[in-house]
Ligand binder design. Structure first.
Ligand code: PEP
Length: 255
């Protein structure tokens, strides 16, 4: 299995369209040689159009942070996959822990979203992860299994799906899961995928880690066999830290 290297930045609810555009222009001007690293920016919805224009001439990809599962309808405040597709996104994050835990998204909704994103020929980044209480109760494996089973229910082909393992207790807390925990969780996710699909499909699926990834811990985390890249919140808001993480990943890919 060739190791994939993916670095996705989740800006959450940070940066206005103007700030986002400035950030991307400056980032683009660095002319980074990212080679085999796939770099994805996921800004808030209003910044997508602004940024798409700049990214069209760059090696970087665009993603959204959420969507509804219907393509249109009376869902005030929501936004659909086809609407997002017109902004130039390739990816949509689905089931981020902040959506699950602050906005009460269920595995069933998340499953419908994964399905809708794939139907719209976009690529979902399906986030899963346990809370601290669940980890303390030794329920991590069960939680990941349930979230994957339910999130991927009736999805026959996951060649366009990425999984992001993001322990809830590590997101935005500065507390990264240690390498043993990440290794164990990623290996488990791959085993579940092999069980739900085939070993080959499991091996081909990108599994990202997310949770307080910074330039100083990116290398040791990316060295882990089943880690194919990162979903990054805080550190993606700063040009230097995001760049450093990309370069760490690139360095390891190049051996
Ligand atoms: C995230 O938002 O998905 C995330 C992992 O955030 P942070 O890197 O800030 O922990």
């Amino acid at each position: 299995m060739n190791k994939k290297g993916i670095v996705a930045g989740n800006w959450k609810m940070y940066k206005t369209p103007g700030e986002g555009r400035k950030f991307i222009e400056e980032f683009n001007n660095l002319m980074l040689k990212i080679d085999d690293v796939e770099v994805i920016f996921c800004p808030p919805f209003p910044a997508l159009f602004n940024i798409d224009v700049i990214l069209r001439n760059s090696p970087y990809k665009l993603g959204a942070q959420n969507c509804h599962w219907e393509s249109e309808g009376a869902y005030t405040g929501e936004i659909s996959g086809p609407m997002l597709a017109e902004t130039g996104v390739d990816y949509i994050i689905v089931g981020h822990s902040e959506r699950r835990h602050i906005f009460g998204e269920t595995d069933e909704w998340i499953n419908q979203k994964v399905s809708a994103v794939l139907d719209g020929e976009l690529k979902p980044i399906l986030c899963i992860g346990e809370t601290l209480e669940q980890r303390k109760r030794n329920e991590t494996k069960k939680v990941l299994e349930t979230q994957l089973q339910k999130g991927l229910n009736n999805i026959d082909n996951i060649s366009n799906v990425m999984i992001a393992y993001e322990p809830v207790w590590a997101i935005g807390t500065g507390e990264t899961a240690n390498t043993v925990q990440v290794k164990e969780a990623h290996n488990w996710v791959r085993e579940i995928l092999a069980d739900l699909y085939t070993r080959d499909v499991a091996d081909q699926t990108a599994i990202l880690y997310g949770g307080s990834v910074k330039p100083n811990n990116a290398a040791e985390l990316f060295e882990i066999k089943d880690v194919n890249g990162f979903l990054i919140g805080g550190a993606s808001l700063n040009i230097d830290s995001f760049k450093e993480i990309i370069l760490e990943v690139k360095g390891i890919l190049e051996g």
